[in-house]
Structures are given as structure tokens and as C-alpha cells.
Write a protein that binds this ligand. Structure first.
Ligand SMILES: *Cc1c(COP(=O)(O)O)cnc(C)c1O
Length: 430
């Protein structure tokens, strides 16, 4: 009797994210993970060089986080969070507020990065409504930004392929170029001239990730934040990706002099184990919702708000992150990336490897292919070649990048670097 494989069963019932099923290949059944490695059902292993869509920081199936999740599940798996509270939610909020850069006083929980952003922009919009200050009805964001896939998050994200089908349903957003060189003066004047209509300014500090791993200047962003603050524009730092060590610091905003009023977290928050989002805000924002008038209430919540198991995973992840060994691992990866960039990547023909760059544990470059129209095929080619070598990569178009879990070993990292140096060869004679 023929046994139907998991991939075949999957193809009958599953619709995968960001996948064109017309010509996507069979998905790889993963049966186990350990450290930076994923194991498939055929006995192959793959180094997870992108931390499973940027969420994993302590490695797969981490036994410490797993045991904390198990303990919490035996104790209290979930409870409605309106009118009830629990230790993991309060403790996680206390610990986050202690380490976040800025004057944050409150944490609002949700389910993922997109919802953390939805909460942030709804807080900012209603803040002005509650203050009875009219006219602040636009949101300012960067071109090439990515803030998530729900409607509000899409509306404040750069317009492109991902948002095209929904264009007519997205609200109008004011877009700025990231503040490098020439663009800084233009951006500052733009903010000043539109200030009275801007409710808030949302930004991914230092690194626009999904938009193509674009690194931009901290001093430029500081100048914009200064202008925004002077004009009473609420600032929203989307640290969904940059949080928890990704850019070398605990939070990317630590590299800035001006801090946000609202800050979004998810991805690394639970070490990549459970879905959880958190939106931090200042006392000033929170106070604007205190009223005898019920209409000033923040009417937002999700069934799984502050799920205790997810919060317990968040606490366990913070335990690990705050250990000296983890901080050392982040520094080591950052240094190795810098070194690889300078001593190896920079020496590759700049007509083939374009704009190599690194920030903390993230390293990226563009690959020049002679056939631009086949950009997605080049991503597939790189992905498939990497898989053959036991490495999992998922280029964004022609942007090749790595973002490994912090527990990755030196040997695993070297193997990834070696593969990256072989990438130009895949395109020779193209
Ligand atoms: C991934 C990401 C999001 C969306 O998070 P999801 O959990 O995928 O909804 C929002 N903002 C940034 C900066 C991200 O990188």
C-alpha cells in the first residue's frame, strides 16, 4: 500500500503564506529542531539562517523555554484579560518596562507584530480624539516600510506588490524617504509643513527589514524625531523585528537620543516559541483614555490577549537574553558579520554583489542578475542551492540576507558565510 507523504497531504488541504501555489514546490516536512538546526523527515538538517522568519533567538525547541511553557500550561493556560489578571502578564510588563528605552509606563498585549502595530496606531488616533484636538488625521511613515499585513498595518507600510490588490481600501498615509543625506532636509521641511494634520509618525528604527534590509542613519532619524516631537506628533517605534538584540543593542532605539511615545514588540518577544505582541505607551497616552465618558475607552482586545503561556515564554526568553552568554553571542555574531563584510564580501566584484552591509546580527547584500525580470527566480535559485548545502535562506527578491538565532555555532556561521561567497557563482554566465 502506498503511504501518502505529509507533503502530499499538505498539498490537499493547506494554503501557505506568501506562496504562489501554482508553481511552488512541495513543502519540506520538518520533524524536529535543535539549536540553529531544523531536521526534515528524510534525515537532512538545515541551518536556520533566518531564524524562521526572524522570530527565533535562542534556537529551536529550547528546553528551558519549553519547560516554562509546560509548567504554565499545567497551571493556567488562559483566562479572559478584561477584569482578570495573572502573574506572567504583570511580570512580563514589569520587566519590559524596566528595559525599554524611553518613558514607557503601560503595556497593552495582543497576538503578533501586525496587531501590536494596529494597537499603536489606534491608540495614537484616539489619543487626539480624546484630547478633542481636531485635524490630526494623517499618519506619517517611511517609503519601503513594512509594519504588517492587516489593513491598518498595510496602510502605513510602503506601497508595492504586497499591498497592490488592496490599494483602494487602504487609508491615505503621508510617506517620507528615510533620512539619509539629501533626504533629511526635505523630510524635516515636509514634517514641519504638515505638522498640524499628523497624528503620529511610525518607523522601524535603523533597519527597514521586509522592505529589503535597508539600514539607515541613526542621526538622521534622531533629527526627524526631534522635529516630530517639537510639533507634538506622536512617535511610534516599530521594534517588532529590531527588538531583543537584533541590531546589536537590546533595542535599536537605544542608539537614538529621542524616544517614542509608543513602541511595538513581537517576533523575538517569546524567543520565537509563541505568538505574542506587546504595545508599550507613556503615561501621557494612557491618561488620555481615563474618563467618566465611556466613549474615551480603548475598545480593542483579542480573545487571547496576554495569553499566560505566551507571557511565560516571554519571561523565559528574557531570562536567557539577559544572561552574559547570550549577550556575548550577540556581540560575537555582530563582530563576525563586520569582519566577513570587510575582509570577504567587500572584495567580491561590486558589479555582482551590491551594497554589502551589516547591522548587529543582520547581514545583507543585493545580487546583480543580468535578467532583472527574473528576480524571483534568482531568489528561488539561491534558496534551493542553499537547501542542498544544508542551509535555509529566503532572499527578499534579489536581496540576500542572514539573521541567525543567537545560539548559532561558529562552524554553522562559517558554513553560511562560505555559501554566501558562492552565490555570485550561481549567476555567472547568466
Ligand atoms: C514582521 C513585522 C511586523 C508584522 O509582524 P507579524 O507578527 O508578522 O504580524 C511588523 N513590523 C515589523 C517591523 C516587522 O518586521
Amino acid at each position: 500500500m502506498n503511504k501518502v507523504s505529509l507533503s502530499q497531504r499538505d498539498q490537499q488541504v493547506i494554503w501557505h503564506p506568501y506562496t504562489q501555489h501554482q508553481h511552488s514546490g512541495m513543502p519540506i516536512p520538518v520533524i524536529r529542531g535543535e539549536g540553529a538546526l531544523l531536521f526534515d523527515d528524510a534525515g537532512n538538517s538545515y541551518i536556520d539562517a533566518i531564524s524562521s522568519w526572524w522570530v527565533n533567538i535562542h534556537g529551536h525547541a529550547n528546553p528551558y523555554i519549553a519547560s516554562k511553557i509546560y509548567q504554565q500550561a499545567l497551571h493556567l493556560e488562559h483566562v479572559i484579560f478584561a477584569g482578570f489578571t495573572h502573574e506572567p502578564a504583570v511580570q512580563l510588563a514589569e520587566r519590559l518596562l524596566k528595559i525599554l528605552p524611553g518613558n514607557f509606563e503601560r503595556i497593552f498585549y495582543s497576538d503578533n507584530g501586525s496587531t501590536a502595530v494596529e494597537v499603536a496606531i489606534k491608540m495614537a488616533i484616539q489619543y487626539w480624539k480624546n484630547k478633542e484636538i481636531p485635524g490630526r488625521n494623517k499618519i506619517l511613515a517611511f517609503r519601503h516600510a513594512y509594519h504588517g499585513d492587516t489593513f491598518g498595518a498595510m496602510s502605513v507600510s510602503g506601497r508595492g506588490l504586497f499591498t497592490e490588490a488592496f490599494q483602494d481600501f487602504l487609508f491615505d498615509t503621508l510617506f517620507l524617504d528615510t533620512p539619509d543625506g539629501q533626504h533629511l532636509q526635505d523630510a524635516t521641511s515636509f514634517i514641519e509643513s504638515h505638522a498640524s494634520e499628523i497624528a503620529c509618525f511610525i518607523y522601524e528604527p535603523l533597519l527597514q527589514a521586509a522592505g529589503g534590509m535597508r539600514i539607515y542613519s541613526a542621526s538622521g532619524l534622531d533629527a526627524l524625531l526631534k522635529t516630530a516631537r517639537e510639533n507634538n506628533i506622536l512617535c511610534i517605534a516599530d521594534e517588532v523585528l529590531t527588538g531583543f538584540g537584533r541590531t546589536g543593542r537590546f533595542f535599536a532605539s537605544e542608539s537614538l537620543s529621542y524616544q517614542a511615545d509608543i513602541l511595538c514588540l513581537s517576533k523575538g518577544l517569546t524567543g520565537g516559541t509563541m505568538a505574542l505582541g506587546a504595545t508599550a505607551c507613556t503615561q501621557e497616552i494612557f491618561n488620555a483614555f481615563l474618563s467618566d465618558d465611556r466613549r474615551r475607552t480603548f475598545f480593542h482586545g483579542h480573545s487571547y490577549t496576554a495569553n499566560p503561556i505566551a507571557c511565560a515564554a516571554g519571561l523565559a526568553s528574557l531570562d536567557l537574553l539577559e544572561k552574559k552568554t547570550c549577550i556575548r553571542q550577540i556581540n560575537t555574531i555582530s563582530e563576525k558579520n563586520e569582519q566577513f563584510l570587510k575582509s570577504k564580501l567587500a572584495l567580491v566584484d561590486p558589479a555582482i554583489v551590491i551594497n554589502p552591509r551589516a547591522i548587529g546580527t543582520v547581514l545583507a547584500f543585493e545580487i546583480q542578475t543580468s535578467r532583472h525580470e527574473y528576480i524571483n527566480q534568482s531568489a528561488d535559485l539561491i534558496r534551493n542551492e542553499a537547501l542542498k548545502q544544508g542551509i535555509y535562506l529566503r532572499p527578499l527578491g534579489n536581496t540576500v540576507y542572514i539573521m541567525p538565532p543567537y545560539c548559532i555555532t561558529d562552524a554553522e556561521l562559517e558554513k553560511i558565510y562560505e555559501f554566501l561567497l558562492s552565490v555570485p557563482g550561481l549567476f555567472r554566465g547568466n
